[in-house]
Design a protein. Structure first.
Length: 279
């Protein structure tokens, strides 16, 4: 009886985690890492049936559809009676000269990278408030700390989420709900294949610099860090009693670029970026 009682206690103590965008890349790595360490993990995908090899349960969810989000969150609560951690990982890349990116593509990117996380946060907050506990981790990007050439829309959507988190943290303190940002650098994932690329147009005044920058960005992703680095960072944050406001995960120079932006005059920092991208 003592053995079964211990098992029941362990089951009740296992934290329930929801990870958006859990079918590939960083989200998949986080989900597998946490599953191996005893967490009850639910990931999401717009097409979960395509990922039959997932090591954790995948639910159908599109961060742009509030009704589907509500159904997914309710399904988890009905099964587990709680929801301890939300990892807002689902996101979309976008590249191109801002002048040439169609307005509908800019809005679509913000719908996924900014409004999407807000939709999911709103869906989980009533349960976390009822529990008087919860942790929300927003996966942003080091690109969200600076306006990068030909990635301006992506930088803006991730930067907006960083600032939103700062405000949210103060609003949620009374309910013992914690929130933090984790900004990854370049990781070896399939994000480049899934992002929107403004076409390289032969008559475009941006053709040459955009083409060169696009090639450089793809090289950075191909040679990026192992996504398990993010999984380990997330695990450490979950086990922290008082998570910080911001975390950065990646190679030293990527993280150091944020420090440089803080201490250097704007024009000197801008020049460094332009030299990096050979502009």
């Amino acid at each position: 009886m003592l053995y079964f009682g211990a098992l029941l206690f362990e089951f009740r103590m296992s934290k329930v985690v929801l990870i958006t965008g859990g079918s590939s890349g960083i989200g998949k790595s986080i989900g597998e890492y946490l599953t191996e360490r005893g967490f009850i993990v639910y990931g999401t995908s717009r097409n979960p049936e395509k990922h039959t090899d997932s090591k954790f349960k995948l639910l159908r969810l599109d961060v742009k559809d509030v009704n589907v989000i509500k159904d997914a969150v309710e399904a988890i609560i009905n099964l587990e009676a709680k929801l301890d951690i939300l990892i807002n990982n689902a996101g979309a890349g976008i590249t191109g000269p801002i002048e040439e990116i169609p307005s509908e593509e800019i809005r679509a990117n913000f719908d996924t990278n900014f409004f999407g996380p807000i939709n999911v946060i709103k869906a989980v907050l009533p349960q976390m408030r009822a529990q008087h506990s919860g942790l929300i981790i927003n996966v942003t990007s080091i690109a969200g700390y600076m306006g990068l050439p030909y990635r301006g829309v992506y930088s803006a959507s991730k930067g907006a989420l960083e600032l939103l988190t700062e405000a949210f943290r103060m609003e949620l303190k009374d309910f013992n709900i914690k929130m933090t940002n984790v900004a990854p650098g370049d990781f070896a994932t399939n994000i480049a294949a899934g992002r929107y690329h403004a076409p390289l147009m032969g008559h475009s005044p941006y053709k040459e610099p955009y083409g060169n920058t696009l090639k450089l960005m793809d090289e950075h992703v191909d040679s990026g860090s192992d996504p398990n680095m993010m999984a380990k960072a997330i695990f450490k944050i979950i086990n922290s009693q008082n998570p910080k406001v911001h975390y950065k995960v990646g190679e030293f120079m990527q993280k150091f670029s944020i420090v440089l932006k803080r201490i250097l005059p704007d024009k000197i920092y801008e020049k460094l970026l332009m030299n990096h991208y050979k502009l």
